[in-house]
Write a protein that binds this ligand. Structure first.
Ligand SMILES: [Zn+2]
Ligand SMILES: [Zn+2]
Length: 245
């Protein structure tokens, strides 16, 4: 089919979907077109970017330095996060993870892409924090993988699964920061190491809390032979929000 004819039919289909199946913003409930992917322009505009953070890991800075990478071994050479885990972004991530609203990954990938900016030039492949088979089956998808795959497409880079989560891993929920760093040790393993060997890898996850998960994943990527790991998350949550993740 010719490109003009194709775009004509696409327009008809989009209009039919908007007429027959009206969508609503998951944050404020306003009616939105299908193309808005469940998040209205007003709510998108009110998402707060992370400010005054550690230039290396995007952690919270105090008078004593960075609360995240300040006094521990932090494996990623850099961690970038797009925004604070609050308001419309919190609602969008919650709806994506727990209500199966997959379409929401699209605006979130737009945020990841913008936050990554020119740092993209320093990476060669994209991967994501994995989810074990049982959990993925229960949820239907791994939201971090969904976002990482689409981001890789946008960047024109390969997405490669380089990590696997061991079965029956204990949950991180409701644990304090130090316990999370201990609990996560041995939770993941490197796979497809040949593909990662000597490569600069972009590791994608949804939410940064204590940094324990991305730190352990980065450690395993290095053990699998990666030459550099840059981590990228959609949102940074305070420890108080852990119960909802
Ligand atoms: Zn809204
Ligand atoms: Zn830091």
């Amino acid at each position: 089919m010719r490109p003009r004819a194709l775009s004509f039919f696409r327009g008809i289909i989009t209009a039919a979907v908007d007429v027959l199946f009206p969508s609503h913003c998951v944050s404020c409930g306003a009616a939105v077109f299908y193309s808005a992917h469940l998040l209205c322009a007003h709510c998108r505009g009110s998402i707060e970017p992370v400010r005054d953070c550690c230039p290396r890991c995007s952690g919270i800075l105090t008078g004593d330095g960075c609360t995240l990478c300040g006094n521990r071994r932090f494996y990623p050479s850099r961690h970038i996060t797009a925004a604070e885990y609050e308001g419309p972004l919190e609602k969008a991530l919650h709806a994506l993870k727990f209500s199966g609203r997959r379409r929401l990954h699209r605006p979130l990938v737009g945020m990841l892409h913008a936050a990554l900016g020119e740092t993209a030039a320093g990476v060669e492949m994209v991967t994501s924090v994995p989810m074990n088979r049982d959990k993925k089956w229960e949820r239907g998808f791994n939201q971090s993988e969904l976002m990482a795959r689409r981001l890789a497409q946008r960047l024109g880079m390969p997405y490669i699964a380089l990590l696997a989560e061991n079965p029956r891993s204990a949950t991180q929920r409701k644990l304090h920061s130090r316990d999370r760093y201990l609990n996560v040790l041995g939770r993941y393993r490197a796979i497809n190491s040949t593909a990662a060997f000597g490569k600069r890898v972009l590791l994608v996850d949804d939410v940064l809390t204590t940094g324990a998960t991305i730190n352990e994943c980065a450690r395993m990527l290095f053990s699998g032979g990666a030459s550099d790991v840059i981590a990228l998350t959609v949102a940074r949550a305070g420890i108080k929000k852990l119960e909802n993740l």
